[in-house]
Design a binder for this molecule. Structure first.
Ligand code: NAG
Ligand code: NAG
Length: 455
């Protein structure tokens, strides 16, 4: 077996080898239900926050080559001019530069056909770097300043024709003091006030929220208060949003957490957007991309990669999917190649999948013209180990005979800062077909690597 692993490199796959590999080594099984189509690919995971350079005059930026943007299937951005050295936001009397940055990002996004979420907290100047003692909306019950801020932002959005494809995120991470350093009560009043003004003055604009750092759960007191207030004031957003950054919860668990409240109050079923996913250190690598792609696709939930870069790098590098060379050239990371494979080669129809029972081994799969493509990885913070991958309903591919040939590709890339390369072709391996299905095992040698299997 060790010889086999050496031949195949990092993804070992077995048929007869299972005789050598004790069953207790297998931690679980993910499945791909080849005969169960689940809709056309919409690339739910192909968004990121900030990530585009901006132009001071608000025009679209072409600084990052379009093949890198289109190549990862880009379709969603979220920004608001954060962390600009000479534009600290409304409360510092420096709103203009932030608005122009956001407008430039909006226009860049729209050129690529994506949606854009506007971050009001950045325009206000509460981008996490604001320091102590800034004003917050509604301080001392006085809303004059905030109303005039909303007047200005809404007026500028209209004047610049920046409403198509726009979401407004009422406030980022209002559940942590880094972004909201006053009471929850004051936040709730801000939510209500802003919700009504958007509905009245910008009808058709999507309201996103509450974009919390912590995920919804019946035992999260912040969410308990928030959902009761939304019910009481009837201020339901158009999209529920929260963040999954190194979170203990995953897409399924946190969605179940939301649905606890949705059921409790009888709220309508609404789209969800995980508008920051993946921790920069540890979850932004090929395995992290596949882990989130598998989960977001299964839930039909949009996701935007998180971005913890600071200063100039925040508004650049597509949330660490590209690396900038000293001469200004942009090169893709290893993770970029996963998004590219996902967006550009996994066409046709999605097929249903399940993760392993421990939710650590993830898969995403598509089929087209009798060909099947699968992405698979382990959750990148988990120790690596062996999992089985079972493909059922193989006759839907027109498979005949008692074996199939699987080609394996490996995506490498240790982190978000290292230039990557196209996946390595690991060659093909035959597997016996039994009862219209096949099972082989996958054991990544490093937990940052991801694999594609092609049949
Ligand atoms: C919510 O906002 C509306 C519109 O401004 C207002 O009429 C209502 O009193 C507010 N509700 C609460 C609980 O503050
Ligand atoms: C992976 O991260 C999640 C969330 O922080 C945590 O619950 C889990 O224990 C981690 N697993 C390992 C093996 O570190």
């Amino acid at each position: 077996m060790s010889t086999m692993k050496a031949i195949l490199g990092l993804a070992s796959v077995s048929g007869a080898l299972a005789l050598v590999a004790p069953r207790q080594d297998v931690r679980g099984t993910a499945t791909v239900k080849v005969a169960e189509p689940s809709g056309t690919p919409e690339h739910w995971a192909s968004g990121f926050i900030y990530g585009f350079p901006s132009n001071g005059d608000g025009s679209a930026s072409d600084a990052i080559p379009s093949d890198l943007v289109e190549g990862m299937g880009f379709n969603y951005c979220r920004a608001g001019g954060a962390q600009m050295a000479n534009a600290l936001g409304w409360v510092a009397g420096q709103y203009e530069g932030r608005f122009m940055s956001a407008l430039s990002n909006y226009r860049t996004t729209r050129e690529y056909g994506g949606r854009f979420t506007l971050l009001m907290h950045d325009l206000w100047g509460a981008d996490g770097k604001q320091g102590d003692g800034i004003k917050w909306p509604g301080d001392n019950g006085d809303w004059t300043e905030y109303d005039s801020f909303l007047d200005t932002v809404f007026g500028d959005l209209k004047a610049n024709d920046a409403l198509d494809g726009l979401d407004i995120d009422i406030w980022n991470e209002p559940d942590i003091s880094g972004f909201w350093d006053t009471t929850q009560e004051q936040y709730l009043a801000t939510w209500n006030r802003t919700w009504h003004r958007i509905r009245e003055e910008l009808p058709g604009t999507v309201i996103t929220g509450p974009s919390t750092a912590f995920t919804p759960a019946s035992d999260n007191g912040w969410w308990v208060n928030f959902m009761a207030y939304v019910d009481q004031t009837n201020t339901i957003p158009d999209q529920w949003s929260w963040h999954l950054i190194g979170s203990a919860a995953n897409v399924r668990q946190s969605t179940a957490g939301l649905n606890y409240f949705v059921d409790q109050y009888g709220f309508p079923e609404l789209p969800i957007v995980m508008n920051e996913y993946g921790k920069q250190n540890g979850e932004q690598n090929p395995a992290g991309a596949v882990y989130f792609i598998g989960q977001l696709e299964r839930a039909n939930t949009a996701g935007l990669r998180s971005n913890w870069a600071s200063g100039a790098e925040l508004q650049d590098l597509m949330a660490n999917l590209v690396v900038k060379q000293d001469d200004g050239t942009y090169l893709p990371t290893g993770e970029w190649f996963v998004y590219s494979y996902y967006a550009e080669t996994m066409t046709g129809q999605r097929v249903a999948t399940t993760a392993s029972a421990d939710e650590i081994f993830e898969v995403y799969a598509t089929r087209e013209n009798g060909k099947l493509k699968i992405l698979a990885s382990v959750r990148p913070n988990a120790s690596t180990g062996r999992y089985d991958l079972t493909l059922t309903g193989l006759d839907a591919l027109g498979v005949q005979g008692d074996s199939i040939t699987v080609r394996t590709l490996r995506f490498d890339g240790p982190d978000a800062y290292t230039v990557g390369s196209a996946p390595t072709d690991m060659g093909v391996w035959d597997h016996p077909v039994q009862d219209n299905s096949v099972t082989f095992w996958v054991e990544p040698q490093v937990n940052t690597a991801a694999y594609a299997f092609e049949i």
